[in-house]
Write a protein that binds this ligand. Structure first.
Ligand SMILES: CCC[C@@H]1OC(=O)[C@@H](C)C[C@H](C)CCCCC(=O)CCC[C@@H](CC)/C=C/C=C(\COC)CC[C@@H](O)[C@@H](O)C[C@H](O)CNC1=O
Length: 158
């Protein structure tokens, strides 16, 4: 029953491996064009959260991440038994949160490298852990909506 922790471990491994590769093969600020005017690999560091908010507030990030991890593990043990989608989304959030936590703990900054320009807006440079977090949160919203529909449907059928 603990296969979803394995998903989190795999996400952490891929995230840390990708960050390690970026650090080893690219200079800070170096940019590799993948798709001209759309997708670049740019070696970037962020001491804050999304969009660089709360720059340098590491203690805050440690506390928030520990709260997020405890909350996710609690929900996994309590609710994820019968709900595969919920279990997967929680493991994505767990993997993403821990992935960035490792950077914050050992590097005091987060390594970012996915650089997308979407309709002339240069989206903040992010990493695999961020992607796992956004996918995990999005899936939780979808799982909740599906659950709502099922509950309502169930009541309507009675
Ligand atoms: C994804 C959450 C950010 C991630 O949170 C974490 O670590 C968690 C575990 C702990 C944080 C201390 C607390 C969450 C703060 C919430 C937040 O920030 C609002 C997010 C909204 C979201 C709506 C969709 C935007 C998403 C944006 C981005 C990600 O796009 C894929 C751009 C990422 C780049 O700014 C990149 O430099 C960020 C850097 O990697 C550090 N990452 C973090 O702080």
């Amino acid at each position: 029953m603990y296969w979803y922790y394995i998903i989190a471990v795999v996400i952490i491994a891929i995230d840390q491996l990708s960050k390690w590769t970026i650090i080893k093969t690219m200079e800070l600020g170096e940019q590799i064009t993948v798709i001209e005017d759309f997708f670049y690999l740019t070696s970037h560091r962020n001491t804050g959260a999304a969009w660089g908010i709360l720059e340098g507030q590491m203690m805050f990030f440690y506390i928030v991440t520990v709260v997020v991890v405890i909350g996710v593990v609690y929900y996994m043990q309590k609710y994820a038994k019968g709900n595969k989608l919920l279990a997967i989304s929680l493991s994505f959030i767990l993997g993403g949160a821990i992935g960035n936590f490792i950077d914050r703990l050992f590097r005091k900054e987060v390594v970012d490298f996915f650089d997308f320009i979407i309709i002339n807006y240069d989206f903040p440079i992010f990493n695999i852990a961020d992607s796992a977090l956004v996918v995990g949160v999005s899936l939780i919203i979808i799982a909740t909506i599906i659950d709502e529909i099922k509950t309502k449907k169930g009541k309507a059928d009675k």
